[in-house]
Design a protein around this ligand. Structure first.
Ligand SMILES: *[C@@H]1O[C@H](CO)[C@@H](O)[C@H](O)[C@H]1NC(C)=O
Ligand SMILES: *[C@@H]1O[C@H](CO)[C@@H](O)[C@H](O)[C@H]1NC(C)=O
Ligand SMILES: *[C@@H]1O[C@H](CO)[C@@H](O)[C@H](O)[C@H]1NC(C)=O
Ligand SMILES: *[C@@H]1O[C@H](CO)[C@@H](O)[C@H](O)[C@H]1NC(C)=O
Ligand SMILES: *[C@@H]1O[C@H](CO)[C@@H](O)[C@H](O)[C@H]1NC(C)=O
Ligand SMILES: *[C@@H]1O[C@H](CO)[C@@H](O)[C@H](O)[C@H]1NC(C)=O
Ligand SMILES: *[C@@H]1O[C@H](CO)[C@@H](O)[C@H](O)[C@H]1NC(C)=O
Ligand SMILES: *[C@@H]1O[C@H](CO)[C@@H](O)[C@H](O)[C@H]1NC(C)=O
Ligand SMILES: *[C@@H]1O[C@H](CO)[C@@H](O)[C@H](O)[C@H]1NC(C)=O
Ligand SMILES: *[C@@H]1O[C@H](CO)[C@@H](O)[C@H](O)[C@H]1NC(C)=O
Length: 353
């Protein structure tokens, strides 16, 4: 018995160590800013200053409105009909990119600015800087109810430690706080922050070697236009294509298909395999031999495709596996926090009027 389990542990360790080398990158580092139309972001010089060092994706799109479903889609390949920013916990039967990464022995972390503690699950931190709705991973119970996984959701201060130890994970998702991401502030505030955040990292070999950085926005601010958001690819893997523009139609689902294609991970079988919305970033598609689709009439992606998280006229959501909306035990806290947030927002609106 003991011998057997030692052998199988050794086998697992060996399998993990043999993770397929990425075709184009060994690390991907995704940063989401908030709620900005393409035309506004693309005229900010603190953002455009990165273009000479990277690839502009000028035809990249969010997948719906409001914020939360865009984050959820980027991790799980669908937003399941979600059309709000409330407290959600997607049943543990729903897998994410984390399952695919771990199966191949690849490491991942979600760096969250002002997260009070690793695996913090509440709706908002006391200081109002961290919000659960901008953290895709904690909203999936397949991650949040598994302590090992949940502890990979860390305060962003951990990034400096990881980089200085030469231990950047293979997959990183970075969520700036509510000020730095432009949510409660302006595009200028967010762009100024990016200008302080990215350059030191991009000049550190521990960060930039074999790394693809994706700087993007969750969605447009305006709902009545195509959901096109300013996106730039950086890191030393784009060196040969610096100062170029790629106008292929991409979406947040491309974040998944690109990662899947780079490491040959298989897929989630959701929108990550819908060719109309999941083109693989060209630099990776070229290397892996994936053929992108020339999407002729790209969808605006400014609407909600209904699913089990859609709130219907009765105000209830679909069953899914159990009650996805509010996990038992968390419901009281969650709903009171939602109400507090709603009250705060009403206050903001009242102040604005
Ligand atoms: C994953 O990251 C580690 C640590 O930086 C790196 O050594 C390894 O090459 C990466 N693995 C793959 C398959 O990209
Ligand atoms: C980037 O390309 C533009 C033309 O698209 C050119 O005017 C500019 O000089 C280039 N910048 C650098 C730093 O190569
Ligand atoms: C940001 O705005 C939200 C309302 O959308 C508010 O609840 C939160 O406290 C604000 N946070 C900060 C740090 O201003
Ligand atoms: C929990 O996470 C660990 C490590 O990430 C994984 O190996 C394990 O399969 C997960 N357990 C379940 C029940 O999903
Ligand atoms: C890079 O990582 C190594 C450990 O692998 C560390 O010794 C070194 O100080 C780090 N360099 C920087 C600039 O962070
Ligand atoms: C760019 O950001 C820096 C801070 O990172 C700021 O000092 C500067 O004024 C900004 N430039 C513009 C044109 O907004
Ligand atoms: C999406 O944009 C179209 C075109 O402007 C508009 O007619 C439609 O109302 C928008 N949908 C939403 C949900 O705002
Ligand atoms: C995409 O399709 C359109 C319409 O069929 C065509 O005009 C265009 O040249 C195609 N673009 C590429 C890159 O194949
Ligand atoms: C995005 O690409 C599609 C073709 O795939 C094209 O119809 C559309 O005009 C492009 N949009 C922009 C803003 O370039
Ligand atoms: C709400 O509507 C969606 C889409 O039609 C459906 O999938 C879901 O099951 C419905 N929920 C309920 C409780 O009827």
């Amino acid at each position: 018995m003991l011998f057997k389990s030692v052998v199988s542990l050794a086998f697992i360790a060996a399998a993990a160590a043999q993770a397929t080398k990425g075709k184009v990158f060994d690390h991907i580092f995704v940063v989401f800013l908030e709620n900005t139309d393409y035309t506004l972001a693309s005229t900010n010089t603190n953002l455009t200053s990165f273009l000479s060092e990277g690839i502009l994706l000028d035809n990249y799109s969010g997948v719906t409105h409001p914020s939360a479903p865009n984050y959820i889609a980027a991790a799980g390949g669908d937003y399941f009909g979600l059309a709000d920013d409330d407290y959600h916990a997607i049943p543990a039967s729903y897998n994410t990119i984390v399952d695919l990464l771990e199966k191949k022995g690849l490491t991942w972390k979600a760096y969250q600015e002002d997260l009070p503690t690793p695996c913090f699950k509440d709706f908002v931190s006391n200081d109002g800087l961290y919000f659960r709705k901008h953290n895709p991973f904690v909203q999936y119970d397949s991650i949040a109810t598994n302590a090992t996984r949940c502890n990979n959701i860390v305060p962003a201060t951990q990034l400096a430690t990881d980089v200085s130890n030469g231990a950047l994970p293979n997959y990183s998702f970075y969520t700036p706080n509510m000020l730095n991401d432009g949510h409660n502030t302006t595009i200028k505030y967010a762009a100024d922050w990016v200008q302080t955040f990215l350059p030191p990292l991009l000049s550190n070999k521990n960060f930039t070697t074999n790394t693809l950085v994706v700087l993007t926005f969750d969605e447009t601010e305006t709902y009545t236009i195509a959901n096109r958001v300013f996106t730039v690819l950086l890191g030393d893997v784009v060196a040969s294509a610096k100062n170029t523009t790629d106008s292929t139609f991409y979406t947040h689902y491309s974040l998944l298909s690109t990662v899947e294609s780079n490491w040959d991970l298989g897929n989630l079988g959701r929108q990550d395999i819908n060719p109309q919305v999941s083109n693989v970033f060209d630099i990776v598609a070229k290397a892996t031999g994936y053929t992108n689709v020339n999407v002729t009439n790209p969808p605006l992606l400014n609407d909600t495709i209904p699913g089990f998280l859609t709130v219907n006229a009765t105000g209830s959501t679909g069953a899914g596996a159990g009650s996805p909306n509010k996990p038992s035990g968390a419901s009281t806290i969650a709903s009171s926090k939602v109400m507090a947030a709603v009250a705060a927002m009403v206050g903001v609106f009242a102040a604005m009027i």
